[in-house]
Design a protein around this ligand. Structure first.
Ligand SMILES: [Zn+2]
Length: 258
């Protein structure tokens, strides 16, 4: 979640920032250094903050996008509302693998006594396991839940990572997957684009390799992760979308076949 992509992309082009440094910056910038204003009609379902307005966020400076207290953006609040109301992730006894963990979600899951929680990240040495999603150091069927939100688009060839997520999940287990997704068009793939500045132009981030299109659910299913596509506009009525500031977004709640 870079706040200043426009400024850093010049440094990337001049080789002053490598990929790991970019992700460290994303982590540093994940929580804003501002206080919530007076209470108002907007509500963050993750941290409970009520505010008259949220912060702007994104390349396009979306209004009322970021919670001023916990730093969540629209897709985080959608994910949280789904997980808490439509799954037993927080209440059941599960072995959970969290890939490239969002700090706000990790904080809420790691302390739960009913979960055996493990985080995995390629670049972050503070993750429980530092590993490539395409080569996970776990036996088959080691987990009941896998969470991999906005990580697959950072991998040039994501097929191996999808296969690994399926392999480490037990039959009947759940994978929650979010990616940049446009159901109206075909996937725009940039695995062969070597220039971070060009990826920034095409995909809005120097280390994104694609925007997934309508064939993405079929790719998951072919790997044994049969998805239910959850559309924020179907899940939440207009009143709740306004109150919680949730935009059009999708997540894939996949069930492991086998
Ligand atoms: Zn919040």
């Amino acid at each position: 979640m870079l706040h200043d992509l426009g400024r850093v992309v010049g440094d990337i082009a001049r080789d002053r920032l490598d990929e790991a440094a970019i992700y460290r910056r994303e982590r540093l910038h994940a929580r804003p250094q501002v206080q919530a204003g007076p209470a108002g009609v907007l509500e963050c379902p993750i941290c409970g903050t009520r505010a008259g307005r949220f912060l702007r966020f994104g390349l396009d400076g979306r209004r009322n996008a970021m919670c001023p207290a916990c730093g969540s953006v629209e897709r985080h609040r959608f994910l949280w509302l789904y997980l808490t109301a439509h799954t037993d992730l927080l209440t059941g006894r599960h072995r959970v693998l969290h890939a490239a963990p969002e700090p706000w979600l990790e904080q809420r899951l790691r302390g739960l006594p009913n979960l055996r929680y493990r985080s995995v990240d390629l670049f972050d040495p503070s993750a429980d396991i530092q590993a490539d999603l395409a080569a996970l150091p776990f036996a088959d069927a080691s987990f009941d839940w896998v969470l991999a939100n906005h990580v697959l688009e950072h991998i040039p060839g994501d097929g191996a990572a999808i296969a690994e997520l399926a392999r480490v999940l037990r039959p009947g287990g759940h994978a929650i997957i979010m990616v940049p997704f446009d159901p109206k068009g075909p996937t725009q793939d940039g695995a062969d684009i070597v220039d971070p500045v060009e990826r920034m132009r095409r995909f809005g981030h120097p280390y994104h390799y694609r925007i997934n299109g309508r064939e993405f659910p079929g790719r998951l299913a072919a790997a044994g992760l049969v998805p239910i596509i959850v559309d924020s506009r179907r899940l939440l009525g207009p009143h709740r979308r306004r109150r919680f500031r949730v935009n059009r977004n999708h997540l894939f709640d996949c069930r492991r076949q086998g």
